[in-house]
Ligand binder design. Structure first.
Ligand SMILES: Cc1cc2nc3c(=O)[nH]c(=O)nc-3n(C[C@H](O)[C@H](O)[C@H](O)COP(=O)(O)OP(=O)(O)OC[C@H]3O[C@@H](n4cnc5c(N)ncnc54)[C@H](O)[C@@H]3O)c2cc1C
Length: 660
């Protein structure tokens, strides 16, 4: 049973850098007076577990506030061994975490503070904030939460990499250091398939911290890092002895999970995205955040947020480092060669203007950056690139080689059908609706065929009723898949969208629709009705609903429907089905089952091949005439769709309650 303690005014969840910086600031602003304070951290925080550096003007508040624990400040910086720059008006400052923790503990001696070495398991907010540890339960008016954010494994490795490092504190026996200059990035080391550089902080002419740092998807391996490091030190400085080994990693993540600030729980530090992704520096951001928080204790939201432009630059750089790691060294080398260091530091502080940035990028490997922009665009808009690519291709083919355009398009659709179209429907056993143990067994097959039979019987009773039913349940299914993608939480809205989609496709292709209706023995539509007007209204309603739900993807699909006017009916529907619907459904299954594309494809392969053979047999059987074939394929698809749609509806329902 957990012991409940009296309520604290302020609880610091974690006693790391951000908590210390905030405590110092709150103390400075007299915000800790008469407060009952609790600090929870599993560690004692007595050792030097990190060293912090930042650049700042010696008159800046941040320098004055930490003057007493700054161990060194350099006014000159080397980029590699050949180039040294003055960084006036800045200096590059260094402090040890041990100094920061001790400074903060000394300050706290004047207050009513309880330290406890406990791991916080959960923090909730009701009328007060409640913190749950293994042993105890605490309540608080205000919690500053610096527990590291959870970095889930399924974050994209193209946008979330690591800065990892292995360093030595060394004592030199050979060449003495120039202690007036530190080295920020010396790329003259083996890159080991990533972007690597050496960082040198000389504390005296005999002592320095020398680190090998990697920007990359994989964390640096200590053994191979030490080899590179030893060879670098002996080549550049001669004999040395190792006093201490430091290693660490900093997330250079663009997609750290969002930690929402509430009235009583305020994320700080890395948890509050204070680490600049492209550099790993956080100290100054944490200081700025602490200033804002202590000026607004208990008040509205406070945020230190990068301007969008700089977030975009960070994204580009991380992508380049992740996807083309060999480009890191040439890009940084050219940057340092073409721009003064002081400008680069201002750029990293996000204080430069757009014009300056354009001039800087024009001096870099602009081709790589443009490639990264296109790559990012395609990655971010993959569903729409997939959807619009075939449409644009068709228009181009019609212009250049109209006699082959349809054949090429149907070949493309056929390949898509084999790769995702059919496989996305081959996972129905996995959803659990027709198979309790999520396996294909006789019972599953029996139930599945049973549902198909219901749809088939309907075609015998009345083709018109069967067709209307088919359109209705398909509209439900397409809508349900799309609203899942668009994060709209109403199945009714999804159904409405499905109906609009069919209406727009049918109203703009009535003659082609009539061919299918005739083959199915269903009453054809009178051509004299104002179908184009209805098509226009369908698009308008779709557009208004997309606006109402502020959904850009919905808007883009409305554009697709508008373009479909110039495509044949079957082709337009097949493009939507294969390149949008099936791809989305496939993605939902893959992420929910936490499997790779390949393993999902393999699971679907037997069913996929079976369906493929059946499809070809039906398609190539021309004895009964073309119309008969179309009708048979259509009826077959309507029958096989029904159990799939029921299965997927069950899947999406469970997905909402996260029970898949
Ligand atoms: C080795 C290293 C060197 C760095 N150097 C620099 C630098 O030179 N300049 C710079 O600007 N930035 C630097 N950074 C980045 C950044 O400044 C630091 O990561 C900084 O420590 C972040 O502060 P924080 O409070 O978010 O995290 P931390 O300082 O790691 O503090 C988090 C605290 O939470 C505690 N905790 C964890 N889980 C729980 C739990 N469940 N319950 C309670 N407590 C918990 C931890 O024990 C820890 O004390 C460096 C980072 C690393 C890792």
């Amino acid at each position: 049973m957990k012991t409940h303690h009296t309520t604290y005014d302020i609880v610091f969840s974690g006693f790391g850098a951000s908590s210390c910086i905030l405590i110092n600031q709150l103390h400075k602003n007299k915000e800790l007076d008469n407060k009952r304070i609790l600090i929870l951290d599993p560690l004692e925080k007595k050792t030097n577990d990190k060293t912090f550096c930042f650049w700042a003007n010696p008159e800046d508040d941040i320098v004055l506030d930490y003057q007493q624990v700054l161990t060194h400040s350099w006014s000159k910086v080397n980029i590699d061994t050949s180039k040294t720059s003055e960084i006036t008006p800045f200096k590059y400052h260094h402090l040890n975490s041990e100094g920061l923790y001790q400074l903060t503990k000394n300050i706290l001696k004047g207050y009513d503070v309880t330290f406890s070495n406990e791991i916080i398991e959960r923090i909730d907010e009701n009328t007060l904030a409640t913190l749950w540890t293994k042993e105890n339960r605490y309540t608080a008016q205000l919690v500053f939460d610096s527990r590291p954010p959870k970095t889930t494994k399924n974050l994209s490795k193209k946008q979330n990499i690591w800065q990892s490092f292995v360093g030595y504190k060394v004592q030199m026996n050979g060449t003495p250091f120039d202690e007036s200059a530190c080295t920020l990035m010396d790329f003259n080391v083996d890159q080991q398939g990533a972007t690597q550089f050496v960082y040198v902080l000389p504390f005296s002419n005999r002592e320095a911290l020398i680190e090998l740092t990697r920007f990359g998807k994989e964390i640096i391996d200590q053994e191979s890092a030490e080899k590179v490091l030893k060879s670098y030190i002996s080549q550049n400085y001669g004999e040395f002895s190792i006093k201490e080994v430091e290693k660490g990693k900093i997330p250079m993540f663009m997609d750290l999970p969002k930690s929402v600030q509430t009235q009583r729980i305020i994320p700080i530090g890395t948890r509050a995205h204070m680490v600049k992704p492209s550099t790993g520096y956080a100290f100054k951001n944490m200081y700025r955040h602490a200033q804002q928080l202590s000026a607004n204790v208990g008040q509205s939201r406070t945020q230190v947020k990068s301007p969008r432009r700089f977030q975009f630059y960070d994204r580009l750089l991380i992508l380049i480092l992740a996807v083309w790691p060999k480009m890191g060294k040439p890009i940084f080398s050219r940057l340092f060669a073409s721009k003064p260091l002081i400008y680069i530091l201002r750029f990293l502080d996000e204080k430069t203007g757009l014009r300056e940035d354009v001039s800087m990028f024009s001096k870099l490997q602009i081709g790589v950056f443009l490639r990264a922009v296109v790559y990012l665009f395609v990655e971010k808009n993959k569903p729409f690139v997939l959807l619009f690519f075939p449409v644009i291709l068709f228009f181009c083919l019609e212009l250049c080689i109209p006699e082959y355009s349809q054949n090429i398009m149907y070949l493309l659709i056929f390949i898509g059908l084999f790769l995702v179209g059919i496989p996305h429907g081959a996972m129905d056993h996995k959803t659990g609706l027709f198979s309790d143990n999520k396996k294909i067994n006789l019972f599953f097959i029996f139930k599945y065929l049973g549902v198909m039979l219901i749809a088939y019987i309907l075609w015998f009773i009345s083709p018109t009723v069967a067709l209307v039913a088919f359109i209705l349940y398909s509209a439900w299914h397409f809508g349900e898949t799309d609203i899942q993608e668009w994060k709209i939480n109403s199945r009714f809205v999804g159904f409405l969208w499905g109906l609009i989609m069919f209406s727009a496709l049918f109203f703009s292709h009535v003659s082609e629709l009539n061919v299918i209706l005739k083959a199915l023995s269903v009453q054809q539509l009178p051509l004299e009705l104002p179908w184009l007007g209805l098509f226009f209204w369908s698009l308008t309603i779709s557009f208004l609903l997309a606006r109402l739900h502020q959904s850009l993807p919905w808007l883009l699909l409305t554009c697709f429907l508008a373009l479909s006017y110039w495509l044949p009916l079957v082709m337009a529907f097949a493009i939507y089905f294969v390149f949008h619907h099936s791809w989305s459904g496939w993605k939902h299954l893959r992420t929910s089952f936490k499997v790779s594309n390949w393993s999902l494809f393999k699971t679907a392969l037997p069913f996929n091949l079976g369906a493929f053979v059946l499809f070809v047999v039906l398609f190539l059987n021309t004895r009964m005439g073309w119309d008969y074939n179309i009708a048979q394929i259509f009826i077959f698809i309507s029958c096989i769709s029904l159990p799939h749609i029921l299965s997927m509806s069950y899947f999406y329902k469970k997905l909402k309650t996260k029970r898949v």
